[in-house]
Design a protein around this ligand. Sequence first.
Ligand code: THU
Length: 161
Amino acid sequence: MKKENFQFEFTRISSKDELNPIDQELMQHALRASAEAYAPYSNFFVGAAAKLSSGIILTGSNQENASYPVGICAERVLLGIVATQHPKIPIDTMAITYQSKNRESNVPVSPCGMCRQALLEFENRVNQPIRLLLGGVTGEILIIESTRLLLPLAFESSYLK
Ligand code: THU
């Protein structure tokens, strides 16, 4: 028997003001995208912005549905846009933020399990990690160097070969 453990490092900063100007701008794009979310059921408006390695910035937001499971998260909306409009171009950084009508939006939220799986597949596909910036409208920001870190023992395409 062998016990193993998984650890990962991330950075926590106290506010957006501590981000470099490029990251601050990306967070702004994500916040603007959250205003385009369609979230009448959860009142949780998520915005995501990706800076591609070519410098282009694209955004996505969550899109809900009266048939709840049909709704799609901001991150996966964005991955679809990136992969369609700029195929094979890696994402250097993705900023994810939200505005909730039910609570103060002052703590970072991190991607749901399904989005982690989708983000990892995108990383594998283009062979480059996606750096994540996670934060609310105010408050702390988390910086994570690869989405892979959020999904230990992930199910990956190698299992299918
Ligand atoms: N949501 C996202 O867009 N991204 C996440 O990572 C977590 C949750 C959306 C899904 C749903 O529309 C709303 O937030 C509440 O769960």
